[in-house]
Design a protein around this ligand. Structure first.
Ligand code: GLN
Length: 475
């Protein structure tokens, strides 16, 4: 008997077309699994069961008529900052506790058109600010591999749902690592596409020049299928383009760059061991391994923690208590400014407030040049470092995260340590590049991720390298 919950997108597609089981049976088996497992993991913030069962009935009709699409009848989970029209969308914040999405995100429309079934919305750090899912205003999600540990963040709910077989695949968003780092912590695959590859329309914005939506799935083959379904130019997001690059792949001609800065101080030796073994595998397969340098790596985190909060402070200005949700009754405030302030005081969590304050400060008239403008210049230098590195290497490899999944609560009082969890991922967002995290091993059952980075719009190169690894490497 096959376990329906363990199917990949590719296998589910074949089995549904053969009518081994119906889309309704498949969706029901996921809801059963969620009801059994999720009370301990808490990956989902809400379930969209009524919608899912309606979609499944439609999928079964299409299957019976032999006219299926890429994802007909395949159940997925959606991070709760992506809008499914008519469903609750909280972005992990109390501010949006009662908010219902009035329109559909482009990625959701695309998945819907391909026949995917939406099981529910997944937990996340509030407004995607965090690396552990502990900053959700609702509850923390637990790592399915070890319930005392975090699943990573901010797309921790999506990663945990995939890892615990509570969906076939999921969508997340990545501003500084929020797809790749939770994928790494939960032992699944996660892709952050090139900036501009996937439309952000209908994503609740965190930092608009860094945000990208991408898939989390059981393997890179599934990530490729989902990426193909959601990518491309969208008139609702003027930053999107269709300039994807496909290159021939030959492992014997592949040049892999290892940034020396990614294997230095602060890297857990157990993570390093697994990642180096994976790289050895590529070397044995005939790839050329080169040490390269990304000299501004040290500046990536400070640069990110100026640019991301600056943009967030502007994006979150719209939450004023009049639109979206009222946190405080107007009669409690003397005037409109007091009303805004009281609402923002009550609606945002501490991490979000911290970022708004940081961002407002770095954008303020007296400090703009010293912080924001300088950070923009550093961002260009970081981008140039990658461009130079890609003259010597076709892809860059290293660890996704410097540490293993940490204990719940362990880094809550130490924001700097929490921010360090993203040291290898933020520069990829700053440079607008695609990056994928693949499971490459574990230490005492705690998953470890290998990050692969490619030049802009070369997702296909990432997938070719990843597929080769997943098909041939024995963890
Ligand atoms: N952990 C990073 C932050 O807290 C990145 C978050 C993200 O990618 N959304 O900002």
């Amino acid at each position: 008997m096959i376990d329906l919950n363990k199917l990949t997108v590719k296998k589910a597609r074949k089995a549904l077309d053969r009518q081994d089981f119906s889309a309704k049976e498949l969706a029901e088996s996921f809801f059963k699994k969620i009801k059994n497992e999720d009370p301990k993991i808490r990956a989902y913030l809400s379930l969209t069961e009524e919608l899912a069962m309606k979609q499944a009935a439609g999928a079964d009709k299409m299957i019976a008529s032999g006219k299926t699409k890429l994802l007909t009848g395949i159940p997925c989970a959606i991070k709760d900052n992506l809008m499914i029209k008519g469903e609750r969308c909280t972005a992990g914040s109390k501010f949006l506790e009662k908010y219902t999405a009035p329109y559909e995100a482009t990625v959701i429309e695309k998945l819907r058109n391909e026949g995917a079934i939406f099981l529910g919305k997944t937990n996340m750090d509030e407004f995607a600010m965090g690396s552990s899912c502990e900053k959700s205003a609702y509850f923390p999600t637990k790592n399915p591999q070890d319930l005392d540990r975090v699943p990573g963040g901010s797309s921790g709910g999506s990663a945990a749902a995939v890892a615990a077989d509570m969906c076939v695949f999921a969508l997340g968003s990545d501003t500084g690592g929020s797809i790749r780092q939770p994928a790494s912590f939960c032992g699944v695959a996660g892709l952050k596409p090139t900036y501009g590859a996937v439309s952000r329309y209908g994503l609740i914005a965190f930092a608009s020049s860094l945000d990208q939506i991408g898939p989390l799935a059981k393997n890179s083959e599934d990530c490729r299928i989902i990426f193909d379904a959601i990518k491309g130019r969208d008139k609702m997001d003027s930053t999107t383009v269709d300039t994807f690059v496909n290159k021939d792949f030959d492992i014997k001609k592949l040049r892999i760059g290892l940034p020396k800065e990614y294997f230095g101080k602060g890297l857990d030796p157990n993570v390093e061991k697994s990642v180096r073994e994976a790289i050895k595998f590529f070397e044995k397969s005939g790839a050329e391994i080169k040490e390269i340098s990304l000299p501004r790596t040290d500046y990536a985190l400070p640069c990110y923690y100026i640019i991301a909060p600056s943009e967030a402070s502007a994006n979150l200005a719209r939450f004023d208590g009049i639109r979206y949700n009222e946190m405080v009754k107007p009669e409690l405030a003397d005037n409109v400014i007091a009303f805004y302030l009281q609402n923002r005081q009550a609606g945002f969590g501490a991490e979000v407030k911290k970022r708004i304050m940081l961002g407002t400060y770095t954008l303020s008239a007296g400090y703009y040049d010293a912080y924001y403008k300088k950070a923009l210049k550093v961002r260009t230098l970081i981008k140039n470092d990658f461009e130079k590195a890609f003259q010597e290497a076709d892809v860059i490899m290293g660890p996704t995260s410097p540490c293993l999944p940490f204990k719940i609560g362990e880094k809550m009082d130490n924001p700097l340590e929490m921010y360090l969890a993203d040291v290898y991922t933020v520069s990829v967002n700053l440079a607008g590049l695609p990056g994928i995290s693949l499971s490459c091993g574990a230490h005492q059952n705690l998953p470890i991720g290998l990050q692969i980075i490619a030049p802009q719009f070369e997702e296909s190169t990432l997938f070719n390298v990843s597929d080769y690894f997943e098909k041939n490497y024995k963890i």
